[in-house]
Ligand binder design. Sequence first.
Ligand code: UDP
Length: 237
Amino acid sequence: MLPQYKRVLLKLSGESLKSPNSTEPFDPKIIEQYAFDIKAITDLGVQVAVVIGAGNIYRGMNEAESGIERAHGDYMGMLATVINGMAMQAMLEKIGVFTRLQSALQMDQVAEPYIRRRAIRHLEKHRVVIFGAGTGNPYFTTDTGASLRAIEVKADVILKGTRVDGVYTADPEKDKSATKYSKISYKECLDKNLKIMDATAFTLCMEHKMPIIVFNMNKSGNLLRVVEGRNVGTKVY
Ligand code: UDP
């Protein structure tokens, strides 16, 4: 089947890189599966940008709990996203996918600086571009970083890889009667108070008509199915 999208931005949470039963930040098997799934869509000619969170290593948000000033902790969180980006980069390169890591915070020895036009050029050359360090600013999230970068590089869609199959009427882990939406409008999400992304990230997508597909990234082959336009996950439009 022909891919339905020319350029996609894949958003993965930091947590998704770790095994749920382990305290280790990375599960190489999971990262390898993600790398092969990404390769499968690049092999079809789809241009891929990736944003990864940092929840497996550090989140800066909670000053009361950590005793670390919010902005300071947020920078720590942003640095952690670069570590995750490097892990993903290593695995992709290992299986023969060309990549570039661009960081919103300067880190010349390990990543290029984020330069929008250069990122687009890499994508055109079919290199997977991993965007590290979120937006580069504290008080934001990597979901917002993902929305911003997707809009900037004119991606067709944000693919939000999660551990659940999509957006449900209620939390499927708590409510067995919950059903999955195959598509839902931004407005309906707001009216029903469904949390797809944080408010800043969601508003950016809504204002710029950037569709989001929420899908289960842990099922190998799902990323390909989404890109082929099959009925996988939930499309927010
Ligand atoms: N962060 C930030 N600005 C950004 C992106 C991230 O300050 O633009 C920090 C923030 O502390 C956040 C952490 O980096 O908690 C990790 O990102 P996030 O919580 O989005 O990761 P995820 O939940 O996707 O694993």
